[in-house]
Design a protein around this ligand. Structure first.
Ligand code: GLA
Length: 453
C-alpha cells in the first residue's frame, strides 16, 4: 500500500450528473472542455482528537462529501481558479509566483497550498498554467476537513497536470506539510485519510512512518454525523495553534523533568518513546511533572532556562507569541489518555465482543469529556448536541475534528436509527413551532466509503 498511487478511471461524463454539470459550467466559464477531473473526500474522525500533531495514531474514515475539480492544463503560465459556489470568488495568479497569504484564510489559498507542495517537491520553478473549476460539498468549517480535501485535490490536480507520479503516502505527506503554509500547525490526519481511505472501512492512521491499517467497524451500528451549525475556521483564530504550542511546551517540560534533551523534543509522543514507558505511565509522569494551574510565559522560561525572546522566536508560532496563559497539565493529560483510547477502540473492533457497541460508545463519550474539560475545544452547542444524541439512543457521542464548533459523531445501534434521527432532528434542528431553524440543517448517517460522483 505504501507505494500505491491514487486510482484513475475512465468515466462517461454524461452518466454522472455532477460531472456533467461541472463540465457545462467549466465550458461557460473558460470556453473549453476539462481534460480531467480529480476528487478528494472529506473525513470524519471517529476517535483520536488533537493527537496527530503530537505524534499519536488516529482513527478516521472518509465521508462521501468531497471536493471535485475539473481541470484543463493550458500553455500560458496562468493559474485560473473558479468555484461553483458563488460565495467563493474567481482567482487568478501566475503559476510561477505562488504567494499564500497567511493573514486571510481565503478559499483559493488552500488550492495554492496543494500546488506549492507539489511544485516544491519536484523542485520546479516553471509550472504550466491550468484552468480549474472547483466543486465542493463538504460543509465548510464543520470539522469534516473541507480545507484539507481542497489542498489534497489541488495537489493531485497539479501532479496529474505535470504527468508525474507519486504514491498516496507521499502525496499525503506533501499535502500535510504544504497546508501549513496557511498558518495552522495541523497534524497529518486529514490529508492521510483523504488519500488512503478505502470503501467499507475506517483506518488507523499511524505516523513516522505514515501508514494506514483497516479497522472494521461493528456491523450492527451506524455512525451519525450531526452538524452543530456553529462554524469554526481553524485558520481564522489562534485556538488551534495555541493547543499545538501548549502540547509542544508540555513535551519540553516533561522531557526536562526526566532529564532528556528537551530542546530537540517537539511532540508528546517523543517523550514517551524516549522514556520507553506506557501511556498510562506517561499520565503518572504528567501528574508528577506538571501542575494543573496554568503556566505563564515567565514560569515556562524559568523551567526551561531560556529567555522570553527565545520562547517567542524559537518555540512559539507567529500567532501564539503573545499568549499569556498555557494549560500544560490539562493538554498533556488529554493527549496521553486520548492516545490510549484510540488503541483500545481498535482492539475492541478487532476482538468484537458482544457488547462491542456499548464499549466503543463509552470510549467516544470519554473522548468528548476529555476534549470538553481538559482540552477545552468544545462549545455549548456541541455539548448540547452530544447530550441530545445520547438521550435519543447513541451509545456514544463526541465532537469530531478540531472542535470549537462543527460536527458531532455518534455511534447508534442500527435498529434505533430511524427514531434517533427523528428525535435529534426535533430536539436540535427544529424550532418550538415545528419549523426548521434555517441555520440548523444538517444531519447525516454515514457508512465508510461511498462514491460521491
Ligand atoms: C484538524 C487538523 C488535524 C487534527 C484535528 C484534530 O482537523 O487538521 O490535523 O489535528 O484538527 O484532531
Amino acid at each position: 500500500m505504501a507505494t500505491e498511487s491514487p486510482a484513475t478511471r475512465r468515466v462517461q461524463v454524461a452518466e454522472h450528473p455532477r460531472l456533467l454539470k461541472l463540465k457545462e459550467m467549466f465550458n461557460s466559464k473558460f470556453g473549453s472542455i476539462p481534460k480531467f477531473y480529480v476528487r478528494a473526500p472529506g473525513r470524519v474522525n471517529i476517535i483520536g482528537e488533537h493527537i496527530d500533531y503530537c505524534g499519536y495514531s488516529v482513527l478516521p474514515m472518509a465521508v462521501e462529501q468531497d471536493v471535485l475539480i475539473a481541470v484543463e492544463p493550458v500553455k500560458t503560465y496562468t493559474l485560473q481558479l473558479a468555484n461553483t459556489n458563488p460565495l467563493y470568488p474567481d482567482f487568478s495568479t501566475s503559476a510561477n509566483n505562488i504567494q499564500i497569504d497567511k493573514t486571510k484564510p481565503l478559499w483559493h489559498n488552500y488550492f495554492l497550498c496543494g500546488v506549492k507542495g507539489i511544485q516544491e517537491h519536484f523542485g520546479l520553478s516553471n509550472l504550466t498554467g491550468m484552468n480549474c473549476l472547483v466543486d465542493g460539498n463538504i460543509p465548510p468549517s464543520s470539522g469534516l476537513s473541507s480545507s484539507s480535501a481542497l489542498v489534497c485535490c489541488a495537489g493531485l490536480v497539479t501532479l496529474t497536470a505535470l504527468g508525474r507520479n507519486l504514491s498516496k503516502v507521499e502525496l499525503a505527506e506533501i499535502c500535510a506539510k504544504s497546508e501549513r503554509y496557511i498558518g495552522t500547525e495541523g497534524g497529518g490526519m486529514d490529508q492521510s485519510i483523504s488519500f488512503l481511505a478505502e470503501e467499507g472501512t475506517a483506518k488507523l492512521i499511524e505516523f513516522s512512518p505514515l501508514r494506514a491499517t483497516d479497522v472494521k467497524l461493528p456491523s450492527g451500528a451506524v455512525f451519525v454525523i450531526a452538524n452543530s451549525c456553529v462554524e469554526m475556521n481553524k485558520a481564522a483564530t489562534s485556538h488551534f495553534n495555541i493547543r499545538v504550542m501548549e502540547c509542544r511546551l508540555a513535551a519540553k517540560l516533561l522531557a526536562k523533568y526526566k532529564s532528556l534533551q528537551w530542546d530537540k523534543v517537539l511532540r508528546l509522543e517523543e517523550v514517551q518513546a524516549k522514556l520507553g514507558i506506557s501511556l498510562e505511565e506517561m499520565l503518572l509522569v504528567t501528574e508528577d511533572a506538571l501542575h494543573p494551574e496554568p503556566y505563564n510565559p515567565e514560569e515556562i522560561c524559568r523551567c526551561l532556562g531560556i529567555s522570553l525572546e527565545e520562547l517567542r522566536t524559537q518555540i512559539l508560532s507567529p500567532n501564539t507569541e503573545d499568549v499569556l496563559i498555557f494549560k500544560l497539565y490539562q493538554r498533556a493529560k488529554h493527549v496521553y489518555s486520548e492516545a490510549a483510547r484510540v488503541l483500545q477502540f481498535k482492539k475492541i473492533c478487532e476482538e468484537a465482543p458482544e457488547d462491542m457497541v456499548q464499549l466503543l460508545g463509552e470510549l467516544m463519550n470519554q473522548s468528548h469529556m476529555s476534549c470538553r474539560d481538559m482540552y477545552e475545544c468544545s462549545c455549548p452547542e456541541l455539548d448540547q448536541l452530544v447530550d441530545i444524541c445520547r438521550k435519543f439512543g447513541a451509545q456514544g457521542s463526541r465532537l469530531t475534528g478540531a472542535g470549537w464548533g462543527g460536527c458531532t459523531v455518534s455511534i447508534v445501534p442500527a435498529d434505533k436509527l430511524p427514531s434517533f434521527l427523528a428525535n435529534v432532528h426535533k430536539a436540535y434542528y427544529q424550532r418550538s413551532d415545528g419549523s426548521l431553524a434555517p441555520e440548523k440543517q444538517s444531519l447525516s448517517a454515514t457508512k465508510p466509503g461511498d462514491d460521491g460522483l
